[in-house]
Design a protein around this ligand. Structure first.
Ligand SMILES: NC(=O)c1ccc[n+]([C@@H]2O[C@H](COP(=O)([O-])OP(=O)(O)OC[C@H]3O[C@@H](n4cnc5c(N)ncnc54)[C@H](O)[C@@H]3O)[C@@H](O)[C@H]2O)c1
Length: 444
């Protein structure tokens, strides 16, 4: 996070009345849309609305994040967002505050808050509940609330019912409530925001109309549906990906058991076969895939299947550690270089990355772990520090930089270092192989 001094946002004194300050200082213009939660979904969305000409009020409780955005510095990497922030900064159309009730200054309030899951298979809606409670006293007839966060089936109706019970505002008549799920992939936000169909499910047609009017300014086709179908469509978009990757991960483990090469089996399955194909193995997790299946599983009539999918993906780090031990014996005191900390290729997002689980498991084997990631900002070693003298090098994230790193590993790592590459980042088609073997294979 940048420590830069904000240009227009002022940090409120404790207990003091907060004065709104925009990127260009306090303004009187009424915002047309408030975005509550300026994280990886909310901030690019706020910038996109502002770029389309709307006056936007961005709200977050994280003072460092507000200071960074106010100073014109993206708090995380998102392709093209630095230029977009600079453009919006110059336009003066984004105002920032940490006061949730100020969201009511705009007719449209979009919630882009985090929705993790509890460990016992249940959505954690505490951020949404807390923001709704902050808004209860200031909502007035005519307001619309759009849930952009990923939510469990039934949550949109719950929010509508909550507002009616607590404030007497009739959904679809006094207050308009809808779900317009975010389905964009990290790093592709600006490439997809104006093309990916925008699903909109409102509580009543009038709610759907209002949300559609707001989001159509972004330029993507609007697909109208019911709230619960919008919720299910989003969750199952992610479940499909999560299950899709569990299959090659399970196959990778089966291949190890049978002494087979998973990449050769995958090639046999897919080569010139006209009815679909199997994906490649890897460390499958991340902030969305790891938890969204739980929103379906919490009320599933066929419980277990998705838990099994999760267990397959979650056991890949242990599978890799056991594979190392099968080849080297004890890992105690051995230097293990972990390449990649982000959960996804070429991003800086470490949330719910299995690289951290892998590191914890290796540390429990008393291995000396040194991690390197060229994208993330958390403290990590340089590539040279990580691989120098390493007895094991494991690719935990398939960042582009690693595809050409094999020779450097061969030069700097210990003689006959074990290379673990479940992603096939090096193109040698070996999950476990010694550096000397890989040099021969990739030289062919
Ligand atoms: N990250 C993705 O790629 C992605 C993609 C699609 C959908 N989603 C979904 O979108 C939602 C948001 O995800 P995200 O990755 O942007 O989360 P995030 O954690 O990056 O952002 C949430 C923001 O909300 C703020 N916040 C929390 N409580 C608040 C409060 N009471 N008042 C003001 N601000 C508050 C936090 O400080 C944070 O900045 C989640 O439901 C997620 O599942 C995420």
């Amino acid at each position: 996070m940048s420590e830069a001094k904000p240009s227009g946002y002022s940090r409120p004194e404790a207990g003091a009345k907060h004065q709104n300050a925009g990127l260009d200082g306090p303004r009187s213009t009424l915002p047309q849309v408030s975005i509550v939660g300026l994280g990886r979904v909310g901030l690019p969305l706020a910038l996109s609305f502002a770029d389309k000409g709307l006056n936007v009020l961005g709200i977050d409780k994280d003072a460092d994040l507000l200071a960074s955005v106010g100073a014109g510095t993206m708090p995380f990497a998102e392709t093209g967002a630095d230029e977009l922030l600079a453009r919006v900064h110059a336009s003066g159309r984004l105002e920032l505050t940490d006061r949730v009730p100020d969201a009511a200054r705009a007719d449209s309030i979009v919630l882009t808050l985090g929705t993790p899951s509890f460990s016992h298979i249940e959505i954690d809606m505490r951020d949404i509940r807390s923001v709704l409670d902050d808004l209860l006293g200031v909502l007035r007839p005519g307001h619309q609330i759009v849930l952009r966060s990923t939510i469990a089936p039934g949550t949109t109706e719950f929010v509508a019912g909550y507002l009616e019970r607590r404030r007497g505002l009739k959904p679809g008549e006094d207050v308009f409530v809808s779900h317009a799920p975010e389905r964009i992939a990290a790093g592709r936000f600006l490439a997809e925001i104006d093309t990916l169909p925008c699903i909109v499910g409102g509580v009543g047609d009038a709610s759907t109309d209002r949300a559609a009017q707001l989001f159509e300014v972004l330029g993507a086709p609007i697909v109208r549906t019911t709230p619960v179908q919008a919720e299910l469509a989003k969750i199952w978009t992610n479940i499909l990906r999560y299950a899709t990757f569990a299959l090659p991960n399970l196959l990778m483990m089966d291949c190890e058991q049978h002494g087979a090469n998973v990449f050769e089996v995958i090639d046999l399955i897919n080569r010139d076969y006209p009815r679909g194909g199997i994906a490649m193995p890897g460390l499958t997790a991340g902030t969305c895939l790891r938890k969204d299946f739980a929103f379906s599983e919490e009320r599933s009539h066929a419980p277990g299947m998705l838990l099994a999918v999760s267990r397959v993906n979650e056991s890949v780090p242990l599978f890799l550690v056991e594979g190392m031990k099968r080849r080297l014996g004890s890992l105690a005191g051995r230097k293990v270089a972990v390449l990649g900390l982000a959960f996804k290729r070429d991003t800086d997002d470490e949330r719910d990355s299995l690289a951290h689980k892998l590191i914890r498991l290796l540390e429990r084997e008393l291995a000396d772990v040194v991690a390197h990631d060229p994208h993330v900002r958390s403290v990590n070693a340089s590539f040279e520090e990580a691989v120098s003298g390493a007895e094991v090098v494991v690719v935990a994230t398939n960042h582009s930089e690693f595809s050409t790193a094999l020779r450097a590993i061969g030069d700097a790592a210990a003689a006959d270092c074990l290379v673990v590459d479940p992603w096939n980042a090096f193109g040698a088609a070996q999950v476990f192989a010694y550096a000397s073997e890989l040099a021969t294979l990739t030289a062919r």
